[in-house]
Write a protein that binds this ligand. Sequence first.
Ligand code: GLU
Length: 288
Amino acid sequence: MAGALTPYKTRFAPSPTGALHLGHAYSALIGSRRAMNQGGQFLLRIEDIDKPRCKSAFEGAIFTDLRWLGLSWPSPVLRQSLRSLAYQTALNTLQMRGLTYQCACTRADIRAALSAPQEGSSPIGPEVLIYPGTCRNTGLSPDMAPTLRLNMTAALAGRKGVEFTETGENAGMHFVSAQELLDRIGDVVLARKDIGVSYHLAVVTDDGFQQISEVVRGLDLQPITALQVLLQEHLGLQTPLYHHHRLIRDAAGKRLAKRDDARALALLRDQGLSAHDVLDRLGLDHRV
Ligand code: GLU
């Protein structure tokens, strides 16, 4: 049920894998302002499940940068690295519902299967490989096949598609058909023995646990929202509203990434910019 959650609660959920830049500042500020306007709460969540890439120095810098911008949030913050039990419970639920299978394919296997013309194979998406389903009906055990995938066909059984309410860019009710989910997202990885659970599973579990009523984040995540809504429905979690905001781009029009250190907030601060200067650059008024 979309939008039934009250009071208003949103979260900013950075991963400590690099320095925060202007795009992160925009996201955090929009979230905090929406919470304030609605007399709600703004939470900070540290999404540190990707252990090899997460660094405590980056985490410390997140706190420093956000405080510098004038933001505040309740303590303690939720840390995904401490939530493995909750994620395992969610995975068990999906497994018990027959919505997952073990997969033994490597990336190279998947590429090879996708390049060989075969009936029913899915196209390669703009950024990700859509899994061709090689292991879907093989009944492999976790010992032989370390990756756990969502069986998208099973997850969509009896549904025409998935819908969610968008309050940001392209506001309104978004309907994503079952066919689109199969073609553009497919049997995504939910967990892998060596790397743990996927972003999608963790984020949905935590948004549900924290009773987030509106997810505020960049427009780049709008295309995968239907997948997260589908997972929520199977996990018995409420679907929040989604507020996807415009992306902050560099002078050449390219979306900012963590590796673009030139836009890092710490660097701007070191150059003598104030938090108000950052607000000006983002086109936001000076209230915090
Ligand atoms: N940790 C994710 C990121 O940094 C958060 C995405 C989300 O808000 O759902 O992109």
